[in-house]
Design a protein around this ligand. Structure first.
Ligand code: BEZ
Length: 371
């Protein structure tokens, strides 16, 4: 019979009477969110000043997570629900985070004077080295949405050695064609700038459903004191150049990329096309069910789960380190090889809203995770 050994168990932080370890952990996370208000800085760049907010402390040998928001939003309205999501805490506590506000989008930003030349998206990307130099950070994992995803991709193309990975939500790498311009001009005749931006952020179905979320964001954008600045960022987005991604060509992203789009989202086709142009061995494509246009707002749990696996694929966050994001929960996110010939070597992550449902299609490399 195996000999019984006496084991000394010491608690680092004694639990309060009646407190379970889960409750203690939740309390610790809540305290950390409250105690880390973020440090806001501004740096001068050749294209004007840029503001960013840093959360957490730099971790040796780890890249910073750097976010870039979409038009009509700032870092808080774009990313707060994701970064303050409970399960996300276990991930982000291992990384310092730098949240960039595009010029004139930071809280309390004054309206730019008439005739101010707003930076192009390419110039916004060229401001990023000034931020990293100021902070003395050498590499990043980027998370960008819409225009922000474009900016981070442009930065990764020009500084590939400093980008370890990219999460690109709703990226449209193409310049507007003349048909898009005609449609844009026509819409502009009947809609306000705020409504056009809402149509860029959310699906028509979401907008007509007018949920609390839509009401909140419609209110934020319509009554933004810096709406004139937002219009300038919007114009830069609409005047973007083609990123010219080419599978197997010189212009491609060299790092691991996770493309994310909601099904029914306004940019679904653009993201699908982008996936077909990137290196399939480096790219995962996550199409999210029931997420509308802004998965980071509506499905922070699913995105957290996918981000965790993305980081693990890059060699960060060994699964043994994960306690809360258990590996044994019910599956609803599946990774399977796609039937699409173009994407046969890429990983397509398809998410179902129902726990335990696997996507249809041929069996492939299947990874079960919980959502
Ligand atoms: C963060 O912890 O990185 C964060 C906190 C609040 C808003 C956005 C990000």
């Amino acid at each position: 019979m195996a000999e019984l050994q006496e084991v000394q168990i010491t608690e680092e932080k004694p639990l309060l009477p009646g407190q379970t370890p889960e409750v203690a952990k939740e309390a610790e996370l809540a305290a950390r969110i409250l105690l880390d208000p973020g440090q806001t800085h501004s740096v001068e760049t050749p294209y004007g000043s840029v503001t960013f907010t840093v959360y957490g402390t730099p971790k040796p040998k780890r890249p910073a997570i750097l976010t870039y928001h979409d038009v009509g939003l700032n870092y808080k309205s774009c990313f707060q629900p994701l970064f303050q999501f409970g399960d996300m805490q276990e991930i982000i506590q291992n990384f310092v985070r730098v949240h960039v506000d595009a010029p004139g989008m930071e809280e309390g930003a004054p309206v730019f004077p008439l005739g101010y030349q707003y930076p192009s998206l390419d110039q916004l990307a060229d401001m990023i080295p000034c931020i990293l130099q100021y902070l003395n950070f050498s590499s990043v994992i980027g998370i960008g949405v819409g225009a922000g995803a474009y900016v981070l991709s442009r930065y990764a193309l020009s500084h590939p050695d400093t980008v370890e990975g990219l999460v690109l939500i709703n990226i449209d790498p193409n310049a507007k064609g003349w048909m898009d311009w005609a449609a844009h001009k026509l819409t502009g005749l009947t809609s306000s700038i705020a409504e056009m931006i809402l149509g860029h952020l959310f699906s028509q179905e979401e907008l007509s459903g007018n949920s609390e979320l839509i009401q909140k964001y419609r209110n934020i954008i319509t009554h933004a004191p810096n709406l004139a600045n937002i219009e300038l960022y919007w114009n830069s987005y609409n005047n973007r150049r083609d990123l010219n991604f080419e599978r197997g060509g010189d212009v491609t992203l060299k790092c691991p990329v996770m493309l994310v789009v909601g099904d029914q989202a306004p940019h679904e086709d653009a993201v699908v096309e982008c996936n077909s142009k990137l290196d399939p061995t480096q790219t995962s494509f996550l199409k999210m069910a029931d997420s509308g246009g802004q998965p980071q707002l509506t499905q922070p749990g699913k995105l957290t789960e996918a981000f965790k696996y993305f980081l693990q694929g890059m060699g960060y966050m060994a699964s043994s380190c994960m306690t809360r994001l258990s590996r044994s929960r019910t599956a609803s996110l599946t990774s399977a090889a796609s039937i699409d010939g173009n994407r046969s070597r890429s990983r397509t992550l398809s998410q179902s809203s129902e726990s335990g449902t696997l996507p249809s299609g041929p069996p492939g490399h299947t990874m079960e995770v919980s959502c």
